[in-house]
Design a protein around this ligand. Structure first.
Ligand SMILES: NC(=O)c1ccc[n+]([C@@H]2O[C@H](COP(=O)([O-])OP(=O)(O)OC[C@H]3O[C@@H](n4cnc5c(N)ncnc54)[C@H](OP(=O)(O)O)[C@@H]3O)[C@@H](O)[C@H]2O)c1
Length: 305
């Protein structure tokens, strides 16, 4: 597995991060066993970085990972454990509560403590603010980070789904270096290429982590705007490239992200051990600039100006 240095984390991160959002399946005992197998398959395949959030599976995904940590505590020191908080679903904790974001100090600290308990780890290597809270006070977040660091609960900090100006705003308020911005990047959502997100990552040594990296190739992207004709045209180009590079087309979707100089770390969300291993093929492709632009052209339905 190729690695990359993320900020000043004490160990390099696998270039492919394993995303734990789906490891609880339908919460049945069989699904939970499958989720644990997925984690162990990822570790065996060389993934050392695991992405969580307090809300995944209502906490169940972190709990499954925590069971693996309990069964094999020797694994802990090899791994980078990331979790996120800040999203509060409707009807929680009380019936009638509205869906909202919450970066208030007491709430974030409580959520981190919950994650630590479920994950069965003493500290998060990396804690990310999940989605920008419209009401966030950068000073309050800075104090929250400082407290979490002082108490030994979190080692490093980052954000998710933040715009470049939101990153700058928070960075100006805190002495903690923001080392990750986890955003949606796939052939459907390319806004990070043009809205300054990846420029900022390059300029300030922030690692972009890409969620839903293979949307459109194997499932429909969030807020899909592609027509059937768009999808057919895009798939035709994926098919051509898959044949040329002698791999399945979803591998091309990873290669397309890996090509960017900002060193995007795609988050692999499959729970299928074969796919978890196969995703590594993308790291070995000698993927060309020409093919990168051919996919962009297929996506846009027109050549670049
Ligand atoms: N920060 C955020 O706001 C945010 C939002 C969403 C997700 N995330 C993170 O990003 C991670 C990755 O996102 P994701 O789970 O959407 O990842 P993904 O890797 O794009 O999608 C995984 C899904 O695609 C299926 N799949 C994969 N390869 C396939 C293939 N060749 N054919 C058919 N189906 C295939 C998987 O099914 P199988 O399991 O059967 O392979 C699984 O259901 C999450 O786990 C989470 O950690 C973050």
């Amino acid at each position: 597995m190729k690695t990359t240095q993320i900020g000043n984390l004490t160990q390099p991160s696998s270039r492919l991060v394993y995303g734990c959002m789906r490891i609880n399946g339908d919460n049945s005992p069989g699904a939970i066993t499958q989720g644990k197998t997925a984690i162990r398959s990822a570790i065996d395949a060389g993934y050392n970085h695991f992405d969580h959030a307090d809300i995944y599976g209502g906490g169940e995904c972190e709990r499954i990972f925590g069971q693996v940590m309990k069964e094999s505590p020797e694994l802990r020191e090899q791994l980078i454990v990331t979790s996120k908080a800040g999203i509060r679903f409707a009807n929680t904790p009380n019936e009638g509560d509205v869906g909202r974001y919450d970066f208030s100090k007491d709430y974030l600290i409580k959520q981190v403590e919950g994650s630590l308990e479920r994950l069965n780890v003493e500290a998060l290597d990396l804690f990310l603010l999940h989605r920008p809270d419209y009401l966030f006070d950068p000073q309050e977040v800075a104090e929250t980070f400082e407290q979490l660091k002082r108490q030994g609960k979190v080692k490093h900090f980052g954000v998710s789904n933040f715009s470049p100006s939101q990153v700058s705003l928070l960075q100006a308020a805190t002495t903690e270096k923001l080392i990750v911005n986890q955003v949606e990047i796939n052939i459907h959502n390319i806004s990070s290429f043009t809205d300054g997100t990846l420029d900022q990552c390059l300029q300030h040594d922030i690692t972009p982590m890409a969620w839903c990296p293979i949307a459109t190739v194997v499932y429909e992207a969030w807020g899909n705007t592609f027509s059937i004709d768009d999808v057919n045209r895009i798939h035709q180009e994926f098919d051509r490239q898959a044949q040329f590079y002698d791999c399945e087309k979803w591998i091309i979707a990873f290669a397309w992200l890996l090509k960017h100089p900002a060193k995007i770390c795609p988050i692999v969300g499959s729970t299928n051990p074969q796919r978890i291993v196969a995703a590594k093929q993308a790291l070995e492709l000698n993927y060309s600039r020409e093919d990168w632009y051919r996919l962009l052209q297929a996506r846009n339905g027109q050549a670049v100006p």
